[in-house]
Write a protein that binds this ligand. Structure first.
Ligand code: PLP
Length: 226
C-alpha cells in the first residue's frame, strides 16, 4: 500500500475511534512519525494532506524541517539532551518530551535567549517503567507549579510512552491513568492541560477512546523501520 492509502486507512481508524467514544474528529491530531524515513516519503504524506510530523532525533528534525513549507508542524517526540536544546527549539512546534526540571529550566532560559515561546508536553512515566524517561505521576504533581510558571514555556498537556504490549487492552489502563492524572492536575492547578499525546500504530484507537488528542503513528503510515 502507498503512503496515501495508509493515511486514508489511519484516518478511517481515527474517525471510527472518535465516533465510538462520542468525540468529534477535530479533537484528535495525527502526528505522522517520520523518523528514519526519507524526505520523499514525507513529501508524499504532505501531498496527501498530512501537516504534522514527528521526529525523535534532533539531527533529523533540524535537517528535515527546512526542506518543507512553513505551515508543516514538527513535533519532537524523542528525549532531548540539554546540549541540543538550542539547536532543536527553533525547529520544533511542540516538544512532547519535557522529562525533567533541569530540561525545563534550560529550555526556558534558551527560549528567552532565542526570543521564542516553546510549547511543550510533560512526559509522564505513567507505568513507572525503569527503562523510560519522564516524571512519575507524583513527581509531575510536585513539579507542576514550577513548570507552569516558566515564562517562556507553554505547557499544553501530558505525554506518555507505555512499554510495548502487543495487546492494546493491556496498555489501555496506562492511557486511562494519564488522562485521570491530567484531570486531577487541571483541577489542582486551575490551568488547562488540554493535550494528551498517547497511542502509536498498534494502539492509537484505544488511546483515542481514553482521551488522546495527539496520536503518534509511524510504521502504519511509512512502513516498518529496518
Ligand atoms: C517511533 C515512535 C512512535 C511511532 O511508533 P510506530 O509504532 O511506528 O507507530 C511513536 N512515539 C514515539 C515516542 C516514537 O519514538
Amino acid at each position: 500500500m502507498s503512503i496515501s492509502e495508509n493515511l486514508s486507512q489511519i484516518e478511517a481508524g481515527i474517525a471510527a475511534a472518535c465516533q465510538k467514544s462520542g468525540r468529534s474528529r477535530e479533537t484528535v491530531q495525527l502526528v505522522a512519525v517520520s523518523k528514519t524515513k526519507p524526505n520523499e516519503a514525507i513529501a508524499e504524506a504532505i501531498e496527501a494532506g498530512q501537516t504534522h510530523f514527528g521526529e525523535n532525533k534532533v539531527q533529523e528534525l533540524v535537517a528535515k524541517n527546512p526542506v518543507f513549507p512553513n505551515h508543516i508542524n514538527w513535533h519532537l517526540i524523542g528525549h532531548l539532551q540539554t546540549n541540543k536544546i538550542r539547536k532543536a527549539l527553533p525547529f520544533c512546534s511542540l516538544l512532547h518530551t519535557l522529562d525533567s526540571v533541569d530540561l525545563a529550566d534550560k529550555a526556558d532560559r534558551i527560549s528567552a535567549e532565542l526570543g521564542i515561546r516553546t510549547e511543550a508536553l510533560i512526559q509522564v512515566n505513567i507505568a513507572n517503567d525503569e527503562a523510560k524517561f519522564g516524571f512519575s505521576a507524583e513527581e509531575t504533581e510536585c513539579a507542576l507549579d514550577h513548570l507552569l510558571s516558566r515564562e517562556n514555556l507553554k505547557i499544553r498537556g501530558l505525554m506518555t510512552i507505555p512499554a510495548f504490549d502487543p495487546d492494546p487492552e493491556i496498555t489501555r489502563v496506562h492511557f486511562a491513568n494519564l488522562r485521570s492524572l491530567r484531570d486531577r492536575l487541571e483541577h489542582i492547578s486551575g490551568h488547562s492541560l488540554s493535550e494528551l499525546s498517547m497511542g502509536m500504530s498498534h494502539d492509537y484507537h484505544v488511546a483515542i477512546e481514553e482521551g488522546a488528542t495527539l496520536v503518534r503513528v509511524g510504521s502504519s503510515i511509512f512502513g516498518s523501520r529496518g
